[in-house]
Design a protein around this ligand. Structure first.
Ligand code: DC
Length: 236
């Protein structure tokens, strides 16, 4: 349960179609925090990392050559992927099959940075992400979208932009708890991903939220408070 404050923000923004963009490095807790915040605010939720993971899963399954950027870009264009952006049950379907639970395995972890670094792949994924965000905005429901380049590239005109960080030690601990120690090095993936997006320093208009000393509930409430303040400022 949450405090009255965050429920109140949810009521205030009802029907406003707010777009809330959250970026941050691996292990900062983005997915969990974005999903909890979306559920609290009553908006949709988009995990863009899961889209890159789904494409990677599909490429591996198709036996695609991960060193061939045009083959990967072609797959990104043609992948029969459906993204369901509901905060209470977010799902990704490929050819009608729910693959959500298959996306955090060892093989996908290892390959996803390489796949998501291909410019042609990003172009296709970003176009799909913008469609999902636009639809949520137009419906009045709004959306919390999280990833690495949401505040800067996918939705730089979002109503609220947050960079969610935590110290490297805390992020390493959280990943280890999630996946079993050593299965996915935060430092290695940070390095690979930072070759593509600069998500460690906030761009102008982006609010920095350091969750090192906060638990999930506190971090979610901090996000909701930022949304509340931004909404009030917008109302003048
Ligand atoms: O957040 P995650 O660990 O599920 O992300 C999986 C990979 O996708 C990660 O290596 C970085 C990449 N990614 C990206 O390049 N751009 C995004 N908007 C989201 C994720």
């Amino acid at each position: 349960m949450s405090g009255d404050g965050s429920q109140y923000v949810g009521q205030q923004i009802l029907g406003a179609g707010l777009v809330i963009a959250i970026d941050g490095p691996s292990g900062a807790g983005k997915s969990t925090i974005a999903r909890l915040s979306a559920a609290e605010l009553g908006t949709n939720f988009l995990d863009t990392g899961a889209m890159y993971r789904a494409l990677t899963w599909y490429a591996l399954r198709q036996g695609a050559d991960l060193n061939d950027p045009s083959a990967l870009a072609m797959l990104a264009y043609s992948i029969p992927m459906q993204v369901e952006a509901f905060a209470h049950a977010p799902r990704i379907l490929i050819e009608g099959r729910d693959v959500t639970r298959l996306l955090r395995g060892e093989e996908v972890n290892r390959a996803v940075s390489q796949v998501s670094a291909v410019p042609g792949v990003r172009e296709q994924m970003i176009a799909r992400q913008r469609q999902i965000i636009q639809a949520a905005k137009a419906s009045g429901r709004g959306i919390v979208a999280e990833g690495r380049d949401i505040t800067t590239v996918v939705a730089p005109d979002a109503d609220v932009k947050i960079l969610l960080t935590a110290s490297p030690q805390v992020r390493e601990q959280r990943r280890a708890r999630q996946q079993g120690a050593g299965s996915d090095s935060v430092a290695a993936r940070d390095f690979a991903d930072s070759q593509v997006n600069n998500f460690t320093t906030p761009a102008p208009g982006v609010e920095l939220l350091d969750s090192s000393d906060l638990d999930e509930q506190e971090t979610m409430e901090a996000v909701v408070a930022i949304v509340g303040r931004a909404f009030q400022a917008r109302q003048g």
